[in-house]
Ligand binder design. Structure first.
Ligand SMILES: Nc1ncnc2c1ncn2[C@@H]1O[C@H](COP(=O)(O)OP(=O)(O)OP(=O)(O)O)[C@@H](O)[C@H]1O
Ligand SMILES: [Mg+2]
Length: 234
């Protein structure tokens, strides 16, 4: 049994997640309880199918647990309705995925602005902030490029800038450098870790790259829907 403390950025209590497809039931999470303090940088590793992405989706409030509770900054998100939850997600969590999910019809700067547009913020201010964020990821000269006119590493940097747009306290990243060559991958990793430290965000990062995992102060290892090693530093 764990108790919430004011420093808990993320807390999961007995989270189970089942998917049922036709007659087949998959238990992607089979009772996960973790407590992650504010500002922690946590690598999540484990074999394919262990439940890592599911864990990130549940923490990022993209998916609801079948049973169990999820607290983000002390707030029980399990009980929020969809509308409240999407507003909460927009303000609280930044996402970076292996496939960057940038909108192909929109320029880099518009993609970065998107979370702010969804939140209904004034576009002049948003554009200024988005340009600054693009400059901070070294893309000041690419603001009007569309995703198809950018390299893979550049696209991933746009995705990182977009994840920071709302200054969320939490960043979740699922194999953020999985699609990149080693040199670009290392550059993006350095950038991501530096930004997370500078913005004092709490980071959860899923990776198969043990070298990257070992760069983070905390480690969680998953196996078959369970956390089999909880090395979160408190
Ligand atoms: N939307 C879904 N519907 C049904 N089953 C799912 C769904 N998402 C995941 N699963 C199943 O849940 C289990 C855990 O999947 P998950 O994507 O969390 O694994 P993972 O650890 O991220 O693996 P990988 O390293 O390959 O990305 C898998 O057996 C998967 O088939
Ligand atoms: Mg995955």
């Amino acid at each position: 049994m764990t108790f919430a403390t004011s420093q808990s950025a993320i807390r999961l209590d007995g989270v189970r997640k089942e998917y049922t497809i036709e007659a087949t039931r998959v238990e992607a999470l089979r009772g996960v309880s973790v407590d992650i303090p504010e500002g922690a940088m946590v690598a999540v590793t484990g074999k394919s199918g262990a439940g890592k992405s599911t864990l990130l989706h549940v923490i990022g409030t993209l998916d609801r647990p079948t049973t169990g509770q999820v607290f983000i900054n002390g707030v029980d998100v399990s009980s929020m309705n969809d509308k409240t939850l999407s507003r909460f997600r927009n303000q609280s969590v930044g996402f970076v995925f292996q496939m960057n999910n940038l909108l192909p019809e929109f320029s880099a700067v518009e993609n970065v602005m998107m979370p702010g547009i969804i939140a209904g913020l004034p576009t002049t201010e948003l554009r200024k902030r988005a340009v600054k964020l693009l400059e901070s990821v070294g893309l000041g000269e690419r603001v009007e490029h569309k995703p198809g006119e950018l390299s893979g590493g550049e696209q991933q940097r746009v995705a990182i800038a977009r994840a920071l747009m709302m200054s969320p306290p939490i960043l979740v990243a699922d194999e953020p450098t999985g699609n990149l060559d080693r040199k670009t991958s290392l550059m993006i990793q350095d950038l991501l870790l530096e930004l997370v430290r500078n913005h004092r965000m709490t980071l959860l990062l899923v990776t198969h790259d043990m070298e990257l995992a070992s760069r983070l102060p905390s480690q969680i290892v998953m196996e078959d829907g369970l956390v089999v090693h909880d090395g979160v530093v408190h």
